[in-house]
Design a protein around this ligand. Sequence first.
Ligand code: ATP
Ligand code: MG
Length: 667
Amino acid sequence: MISIPKKTEKKSKHAASHIHASIKKTSKKDKKIAAAPKKSKDSIVQDQNSDTILDTYDFYSERIPLTVTIIKKHGEFVPTYSLQISAISKTTELILEKVRLELIRRVSLGTEDIGDIKKTDLVEDKFNELIGILIDKYFPDSDYDTVNFLRSYLKINSLGLGNIELLMSDETLEELVINQASEPAWVYHKKYGWLRTNVYLKNEEQTKHYASIIGRKVGRQITVLTPLLDAHLGTGDRVNATLSPVSTNGNTITIRKFSKDPWTITKFIKTKTIAPEAAALIWTAIQYELSALIAGGTASGKTSALNVFANFFPPNQRIISIEDTREIVLPKFLHWVPLNTTLPNAEGKGEINMGDLLVNSLRMRPDRILVGEVRRKRETETLFEAIHTGHSVYATFHANSAKETVERLTNAPLDVPSIMLPAISLVIVQFRNRRTGKRRTFQIAEIMPGGEANVIMQYDIKKDVLVQVSKSKALYDNISLFTGMSDSEISKELEDKVKVLNYLVDKNIADVDGVGRIVAEYYTNKDGLMKYVNGKKDFPLASQLTLEVPKENPSQPTKEVQASASKSDKKEDKKEENKKEDAKKEDKKDSKENKDIKTEIKTISAQTTESPKPEAKNDAHAKSESHEKEKHEKHPEKSHTTPLNKKDTSKEKAKPRFSFPLLHLKK
Ligand SMILES: Nc1ncnc2c1ncn2[C@@H]1O[C@H](COP(=O)(O)OP(=O)(O)OP(=O)(O)O)[C@@H](O)[C@H]1O
Ligand SMILES: [Mg+2]
C-alpha cells in the first residue's frame, strides 16, 4: 500500500527511496544525507570533509510528488541534483513496473504507436480505459490521490518521457540535457547552475525513443538519415536531439524549458536586474516609438528582457511578434498577433523563416514589430527597412556590448552601412555574470548620428549597480524631435515613471497582465493613476472594470461575436423590410438586441476569465489568472484583482478609463 502526500502537505518525512531502474540507486551515504533533518538556508552543513546539502525542496509532476536534494559531495566539483519520488517503496515500484508491462502488452503499444501523432488519441483512450482496470486489480482500495498518482506515473513511463518528464516539471530548471546514456542527465538550475543528476536513461535506444516521441509530436522524424532534430513543443519548450554517430559519445537531447511565469519589469527590479531609473528611460524611449536592440550573450536574458520591455507598449497599437519558438507573452488586452517560423518537412519543403515573416509582417499594418532574434543578413536588412518605413522594431541580437553590436552589424556578413544605424535609437545589453550566474542589464547605449554607440548607463560589476556614465546626446534629441518636449519635460516624465515602477514593486504587481494594466492606465489616465501612486493606495485593477456594449465593432471578432454579428445582421435586414412598422415595435426590438449583445459580451468575458486555453501563452495567462483567483479567494482584502465580471462596488466611484477591444468602463 502506498500513501500519497496531499498537495498541501509540505513534505513526506520518509526518506524517499529510488523508484525506477533509471534513477540511480542512492548510496548508503546519500541516504544518510537525504534522511538528515532539513537545514535552513542559513545553517548549511559546513563540514569540509563531509557532503553538504545545499538545498532541498518538493514539487509535483502532474500527481507525482517529488523531492529534490542538491548535494555538494566531498571531492566532487559539481553538485548533484538528486531527484526522488516521495513515499514509494521498492515493492510498489516493482508492482508498478509489472503493471506497466502488462499495460503495454494489453494495449499492444509498439514504439511506433506511442510516437505516432495520428494514433495518439486512440492510444491514450485505450490506455486510460485499461489503466483503471489494472489499478483496481493491483491496488484495490486505493484512495483518490493514490489512483491519480498511479495514473500519472504509468502514463509518463509508458507514453511519455519517463524521468525526463519528471525533471521537466521542476520550475527551477532552465535547461536539461542528456549527453549519452552512460552518463547522468545534467540540468541547469536557476540558482546553482549546471548540476549532475541521479537520473539515467537505460540505454542509447531509450534516448532515441524519447527523441522520436518528441519528433513525432511536432510531425518530424529523427532517423539515421536525418539525425538532427529541432523541435518547438506546444508547451513552449525548445528541444534539440542528435543521434550517434553525429554525436560521437551517444545520442543527445537538449531541452530549454519555457518559463511558465513570464518576466516582468517588477520582477526585473526586484531581482536587481535593472534599476527603476534605467527602466524609466527605456520605457520613455519605447513610449515615443524609438526602436531598440536587446543585445547579450547566450542565455543572458535577451528574450526575457524583450518581453519585459514589450509590456511598455501602449494598448492602442498593433503589435506583431516574430519568433522561432513562442517565448513572448504580452498582456492579453493588447492588440497583438504572434507569428512563428516553421521548419521544413522531411522533404525539405514548407520552411517559413524569420525573414519571410518579417517581410509579411510589413503588410499587416503593424505599429510595433518584435523580432525574436536577428541573425542573418536578410533579416537585418528587412529590420532596417521596417524602421525606415516608419515602424518601431525591437529585436534581440547576439553581441556582448553596445560597441560589439555596432561592429557586428557593420561588418561581414551583415554589412549594414553605418549611416543606417541611427535608425536604432537604443541598444540595451543584457549580461550574465559568469562567476555568480546573476543576470543584469549591462549597458544602455544610444546610437549617435554617425552610427557609433554612446553608453549612457553602465553596470558596475563590483558594486552590482547600473550607473550613469554619460549624458544622453541623441536620445533626448530624438524624443524632443518626435514629441516637441523640452529636456525638463522629459526629465519630469522620467521621474513619474520611476514612481510608477517603484509603486509596482511596493504593491507587488508582478504578473504580465497586472503590469500591462498599470502601463495602459499610465497612457490613458495618467492623472488618475498618479493619485494612487502618490497616495500609495492599492490600485483596484480589474475590479474597476464593468461591462458595457462596445460602441464600435470589435476589430477581431471571436466566433461568438461573429455569430452575434450575423444574427444582428439578419435582424438589421428584417428591420429594413419592416422600416415602416410602428415606433413602439422598433423600440422593443432595439432593446432586445442590446440585451443580446450584452449577453454575448458577458459570455466572452466569462470565457476570457474562466476557460483554460491549450496554448503556451494561454497556459501562462491561465496560470497567472488562477493564481490571482486563488490569492483573491484566500485573501480577498489583499488581492489586487478580482474577476473581470465581478463588480467591486466599494471602489466604483474612482473608476479610471481603459480602452480594451471588448471592455469599456462605465463612466
Ligand atoms: N533577470 C533575470 N534573472 C534571472 N534569470 C533570468 C533573468 N532573465 C532571464 N533569466 C532566465 O535566463 C534563462 C535564459 O533567458 P533568455 O531565454 O531570455 O535568454 P536569451 O539570451 O534570450 O537566450 P538565447 O541566447 O538562448 O536566446 C531563462 O531561463 C530565463 O528565465
Ligand atoms: Mg533568446
